[in-house]
Design a protein around this ligand. Structure first.
Ligand SMILES: Nc1ncnc2c1ncn2[C@@H]1O[C@H](COP(=O)(O)OP(=O)(O)OP(=O)(O)O)[C@@H](O)[C@H]1O
Ligand SMILES: O=C(O)[C@@H](O)C(=O)CO
Length: 424
């Protein structure tokens, strides 16, 4: 294994795995900390954790355990993947995890770059944009778990870390890899440990990747990984092996616990043509739902793939959080999706689309999968995945990713079709 990756959620991990596969690496995504050594053909291993919303100390502990395993596989560089909208709170977890990884790796400094222009996230003068809106005006300010209320990534990161935070501005990035390497060295010489690097295009990200060739640790969204496979290729280390995805055509389902804007549009569109069941916060918290009933609903809807969703608008979410507490509610809804995934897996479900990073973490844990191989890209940042050793294909969609008709197209790709407008 050449590149060892630690993802703070499951959808983000598959987003990163997708980028590395497109860059020509052989990649496996591990669901949680692996218990056995990696297969010998794996060039990039992505350990998907569910640490984004844990207390910082626990996120650090799990990330360091993942680092130990990746180092034992022989990795030459470590990548810490977090969200392209920098999802975190003033307490963490991006700063504390990055800092702990740096310390363990003996790294003097690390790149911090959430930018993902293909999904509309760009970083300019240290400020993060989603499309043409600043992060804190993009809808992310109303996220149920990690409301992002400051678009200045340097200021937000400073709340989370003891490391001095530096900045490489776009004026340097535009001048290419050498200029970026010099600017990183300049910031490091000034004492900066975590260095926020601007990027507004894939060209910028490739150049940042080239400049990061000798860094023990790179951190960011999947965008900044664009240039990393080429570093290994240039060193003659990639085999160029490829893996072919085989679709599965059996029963399907869509599970959505994401309340992000893009997901809510996708839910609206899908419900018009497919069976759909809404899970309300009240029903979950009052214990009114029976997993057996939901499974029966999903099975009775086949061969259409029914949707089960708790996705709700910000006012509904806020009211429910005030009534039940945000953490307790999120935990209960995630537990429901995990139990549902486990029960559906026992019925032989073969295609499962899940929306939301925390939700997908719960769903994959419920399914009990340990490793996933990466298939074709459905929409930017979302690949089809095949569970190793089982007739089960998955798509784990980040909250704000995917076109309006994502669910139907994803189910078609999981069945072996193409993403170009086919229906499930
Ligand atoms: N109706 C609801 N009311 C309150 N919280 C909800 C509701 N539905 C889902 N949640 C919780 O909100 C959180 C949504 O986070 P999740 O990571 O799944 O989606 P996301 O943030 O849109 O996705 P991503 O992290 O990929 O951007 C989960 O913890 C989920 O359990
Ligand atoms: O970077 C992103 O936006 C996604 O991969 C993600 O992490 C959302 O959960």
């Amino acid at each position: 294994m050449l590149l060892g990756c630690i993802g703070d959620d499951f959808t983000g991990s598959s987003d990163l795995a997708n980028t590395l596969v497109k860059g020509g690496m052989t990649v496996t995504q591990y669901c949680g900390l692996p218990v056995a050594p990696a297969a010998p053909d794996v060039e990039a291993g992505v350990v998907a954790l569910k640490t984004r919303s844990l207390p910082a100390g626990e996120a650090v502990r799990q990330s360091l355990a993942a680092l130990d395993w990746l180092q034992a596989q022989g990795c030459r560089q470590i990548f810490f993947k977090y969200c392209s909208t920098f999802d975190s709170t003033p307490e963490g977890n991006i700063g504390p995890v990055a800092e702990a990884l740096m310390q363990k790796l003996g790294a003097g400094h690390a790149v911090v770059c959430p930018a993902f222009p293909a999904a509309g996230r760009s970083l300019y003068q240290g400020h993060l944009f989603v499309g043409d809106r600043l992060l804190n005006e993009s809808g992310m300010e109303a996220h149920p778990l990690t409301p992002m209320t400051d678009p200045d990534i340097r200021r937000w990161l400073r709340l989370q870390t003891r490391q001095a935070v530096g900045h490489v501005a776009h004026a340097d990035v535009m001048r290419g890899a050498e200029a970026i390497a010099e600017a990183l060295a300049r910031e490091a010489a000034r004492g900066a440990g975590l260095i926020v690097v601007d990027a507004v295009s894939d060209g910028d990200l490739h150049a940042i990747g080239t400049a990061s060739v000798d860094l023990p640790l790179v951190t960011g969204g999947s965008g900044v990984a664009l240039g990393l496979p080429e570093n290994f290729r240039r060193a003659g280390l990639l085999t160029g092996r490829s893996w072919s995805f085989e679709g599965v055509r059996g029963p399907g389902v869509v599970l959505s616990g994401s309340c992000s804007q893009a997901t809510r549009r996708q839910v609206e569109i899908y419900r018009r043509d497919y069976p759909a069941l809404e899970i309300t916060a009240d029903a979950v918290m009052e214990g009114r739902l029976r997993i057996g009933d939901i499974v029966a609903f999903v099975l009775s809807g086949q061969p259409q793939a029914p949707l089960v969703y708790s996705s709700a608008d910000p006012q509904t979410v806020r009211r429910a959080q005030e009534a039940y507490g945000a953490a307790a509610l999120a935990e209960a809804i995630e537990a429901l999706f995990a139990d549902l995934a486990a029960a559906l897996s026992a019925t032989g479900i073969q295609r499962l689309v899940s929306a939301g990073g925390e939700t997908s973490g719960a769903v994959v844990t419920g399914l009990g999968c340990s490793a996933l191989r990466i298939g074709p890209e459905i929409d930017p940042g979302v690949p089809a995945l095949r569970v190793e050793d089982a007739p089960l294909a998955l798509a784990l969609k980040s909250g704000n990713f995917g076109g309006d008709d994502f669910f139907a197209r994803a189910l078609a790709v999981l069945a072996g079709g193409t993403a170009a407008g086919e229906r499930a």
